[in-house]
Design a protein around this ligand. Sequence first.
Ligand SMILES: Cc1cc2nc3c(=O)[nH]c(=O)nc-3n(C[C@H](O)[C@H](O)[C@H](O)COP(=O)(O)O)c2cc1C
Length: 226
Amino acid sequence: MSAPRWKKALERALDANKKSVVYSFATVDLSVQPPQPRTRTVVHRGFVEPKGASHPLLLTTTDIRAAKVHELNGDANAELAWWIEGTQEQWRLASRAYIVPHPEHAEQVKIPQALFDIADGHFWEKERERIFNSLSGHMRASWARPAPGSPIPSYDEGKKWPEKLGGLGEGKNEEEEQVIRKAFENFALVVLQPFAVDYVELGVVPNQRTKFTQAGETWKEVIVVP
Ligand SMILES: Cc1cc2nc3c(=O)[nH]c(=O)nc-3n(C[C@H](O)[C@H](O)[C@H](O)COP(=O)(O)O)c2cc1C
């Protein structure tokens, strides 16, 4: 099975707009009444296709202690909204969302067997390590801070935290290596498995909008009013 048409179009847009790597990522917070939508900005870290080209997954990253992880834990869906300015396209991807944590945290996180039951049982942990090591030292240091969202007495508190961290095995001494390992423990992948895609093209006149919906192994495509 080949890649769905929406994925080829999205990749084309991203290839032409290398800086358009940021999207809004929405979850639903069920811990309050009425349930509250939550959105934040995250960085696209690429596609993976462990189950073949017809099942493209998107990756972003997070801190295992972040609020979005609690909002995704359980049977949760998420949605992302992506504005690609260069090609004047809006992409909205309704997705199943899964967290890939450090094995230490695996108990806390519901891992879907269908997605994770692939030939290479270490695929996801290797992917988590590859991405952790590929990110900037500033980013890696962010996972060595206290839990995101926890109160601190003043902004000066931040001066105590490491500014940059090397990748795994790159610590200058055992103490720094321990901090890197701690950051790696807090680091998690967010895996998005789209099931409905709403694609709006404002760069063409008349404007175009297409809805793609997953139907088993294939995708249904409907042209709709923008
Ligand atoms: C440009 C930009 C990119 C960001 N990328 C990420 C990211 O990839 N992953 C992430 O967890 N937070 C990222 N953040 C921070 C989030 O927007 C958010 O503040 C943080 O993750 C806490 O969100 P939460 O409490 O809803 O989990 C980014 C923020 C900005 C401004």
